[in-house]
Structure formats: structure tokens, C-alpha cells
Design a protein around this ligand. Sequence first.
Ligand SMILES: NC(=O)C1=CN([C@@H]2O[C@H](COP(=O)(O)OP(=O)(O)OC[C@H]3O[C@@H](n4cnc5c(N)ncnc54)[C@H](O)[C@@H]3O)[C@@H](O)[C@H]2O)C=CC1
Ligand SMILES: O=P(O)(O)OC[C@H]1O[C@](O)(CO)[C@@H](O)[C@@H]1O
Length: 394
Amino acid sequence: MPKQKALHFGAGNIGRGFIGALLATAGYELVFADVVEKLINALNEKKEYEIYILDLERKGEIDTIKGVSGVISTNQEAMNQTITEASIITTAVGPNVLRIIARGIASGISARRKAGVTSELNIIACENLTGASSLLKEEVTKHLPEDADKEYLNQYVGFPNCAVDRIVPPFSVENNTLAVGVENFYEWIVEEPAIKGKKPDIPGMKLTDNLTAFVQRKLFTLNCGHAITAYLGFLKGYKTVDEALADPWIEDIVYKAMLESGAALCKKHSFDEKEHEKYINKIQKRFRNPYIKDDVVRVGREPIRKVTAGDRLVGPLNMAREFGLGYSHLAKGIAAAFLYENAEDKQSGELRAKVEQKGIREAVIEVTSIQDGEVVDEIVKSYGELEKLKNPKL
Ligand SMILES: NC(=O)C1=CN([C@@H]2O[C@H](COP(=O)(O)OP(=O)(O)OC[C@H]3O[C@@H](n4cnc5c(N)ncnc54)[C@H](O)[C@@H]3O)[C@@H](O)[C@H]2O)C=CC1
Ligand SMILES: O=P(O)(O)OC[C@H]1O[C@](O)(CO)[C@@H](O)[C@@H]1O
């Protein structure tokens, strides 16, 4: 029997190091779509790549992922062909790129309908964003050329949301474009009720009917603690996450922020408090993995996105507030994001410009959408304290 085909958008860290690896290992013929020619050419030449395990468990091991190829995502003819043949499509391109790839996916779905394919297709956006697949569905629908395509999409194409958790840091091996380094831990949790047709059999993919709880658990704990580490780390001049967390002042704030978000998550989703504490401790251990050198500029990238309502910092703070729980360490993390500066990160420039033009109070209200004056006061107070770290003369 011929292998089923999987198409994965984004041959980057998560694409090669996590989702693509699970798909290929599950036996799919895997095609990566990316805009970077060097990556696509290397995939087509080698047809395989190496994953280096950066962890105490499985230390020094290298997995080889075979049976892969690549296509340039702007080559619409080739994309239409691949989308027509695929039984699963996944993405890991970054939340802002979903809108960009939607047009090409819509064209592929229209081609698939015209080719008379009536097998189900599931499209799963594996991004750090709540409801990423639903967002992608909305965007794809906007670009579908005919009403018949919209009917086809509703009948045959599923867009299950998911939570995706594996730290895949910047990593390079000389003369090996495709090598990727990963922590050993991974978790991919997919919204079962939204799957169309037969459930995919992919070892490593877990199904749930309560995805929101899992997405928020991961985003408001791991990504929350990580982002605070990055912003405080930047303020104190550290380059990597492990350097930042070796600073007891940072480690204490990060841990307490995760406890604050944890208390709120336990109330919201009825998680067992002891189990959740273990979850936080495991994450702390993952942050301290000595084999991973993760840059604070990667973890802190796009600070505006990270301080919008519902994301990893404001999301748990609002949740804590909703239950009348403490949030002062989360507020510190948010304040630190407003002080973050990286000339290569457009959003950090925009955020700093907003603070300079409008003042911190207005900037916080506008970007975070927090209306509660008491919470805004707490963030502004923390901003004043942290600003002194950045500029001791103030
Ligand atoms: N790296 C990590 O540890 C984790 C990342 N994520 C999420 O996964 C997503 C991807 O992150 P990374 O893999 O770290 O980023 P990355 O930057 O390593 O990979 C993104 C890839 O998408 C490609 N791309 C950009 N525009 C494209 C387009 N129009 N068509 C096709 N490909 C395009 C890029 O060329 C790049 O190869 C993000 O949403 C991130 O939040 C989630 C969990 C862990
Ligand atoms: O990819 P984003 O949303 O910019 O955030 C980076 C975060 O995502 C991860 O790459 C994966 O969850 C973390 O390692 C990091 O905290």
C-alpha cells in the first residue's frame, strides 16, 4: 500500500525537530513547504536529516528522520498537487505567518475538490497560539474562490486546534543545514472532536476533548515562565535562558509567577494542585537543561504578541484576577516586556515607541487591553522598579 502523504509548512525548528519527525516516524511520506530555498534544496538532496537530542536522558543520541522532501511554498502548482494528495497538513511557521499561507492552502483545497478527492483532510496549526487552527480555517475560508469550495471545506476538511510543547532552541552543526537539536520531552495534544474522518494514528500525538485546558496549561506555565525569564534576563544583561535562571532574583520571580498562574489554572480547569505543582517543577527542570543554550531574544521575540490579552502573560494575570488571586509576579513579567529592546525585533521597537509617546500607563492599557485600574497600577509600579535595573541613573 502506498504511504499516506503529510504536508508540513515550516521546515524550521519545530517543523524538523518535532512535528515533522513524528509524522515521518509514523510512516507518512513527508513533504516540507518553506520559503527558504537552502532548506528545501537540502531536503530534496538528502531526503533525510538528523535530530540531536540535547538532554540528560538520551544524552548524545542522534535520530535520523528519513523519507522526507521539500517544496517551495510559493510554487503554487506543486503545492496544489501536494495538498490534493495529502491526508494531513500541519504548520509551524509562527502565528503571524498563518494569514500568509492561507491563500495557498485555499488554492490547494479548491484543486483537491476539482480533482474529485473525497477523503478527509485534517489541517493542524502547531503554533504557540490559542485556536491557531481555527484562525487558519477563517483565513483559508476567506480565500476560497467558489461557494462549492466552502461546502467542500466544511464537509471534508477538519481544523483541529492543538497544544505543542517541545523546546527546540537555535542549534547548528557545521556543514549540516538540516540538523536540529531538541530536548527529549515532547507533548502534542490535539482536539479530537474537530478531527474529520478516521483519527490519525501518529505515535506521540495525544487526543483530547478538553483542549483549552491543555493549551492554557502549557502557554500560561511554560511559555509564561520562559517569557519572564527572557525579559528579566535581558534587563540584567544575560544572553541565554540558563544564564538568566542562574540568577536567584530572576529564578524566584519566574517560579512565583508560575505559581500564580498555576493557582488560577487549578481553579479554572480543576487541575489537581499537587499534580500541577509537579508540572511546574518539571518545567523548571526543563528550563535548566544544561545541554540547551536558548537565547533570550528567541524566547522573548515579538513582545507585543506576548503581552496581548489571552497570551502567556496577560492571560494568566486576567485569570488570577478573575478568581481574586495574587498576580504581582505576573505583573512584573508584563512590566519587563515593556522594557525589552532588541534592534532586530520590530515589535520591541514598536512597543518602546508606544511607551515613549504615550507613557507607560496608556501603553499598558492599549496593548494589554487591561481595564482594571488596580492591575494597571501594579504593572506601572513594577515598570518603575525594573526601569532602574535597565538605567541605574533614573
Ligand atoms: N522552537 C520551539 O521551541 C517551539 C516553537 N513553537 C511554535 O512553533 C512555531 C514555529 O516556531 P519555530 O519552529 O521555533 O520557528 P522557526 O523560525 O525555526 O521555523 C519557522 C519556519 O517557517 C518558515 N516560513 C516562514 N514563512 C513561511 C511561509 N510563508 N511558508 C512556508 N514556510 C514559512 C521559515 O522559513 C522557518 O523555516 C511558532 O508558532 C512557535 O511559537 C511551539 C513550541 C516550541
Ligand atoms: O514561539 P514564541 O511564541 O515566540 O515563543 C517562544 C516560546 O515557545 C517555545 O519555543 C515553545 O513553547 C518556548 O521554548 C518559548 O518559550
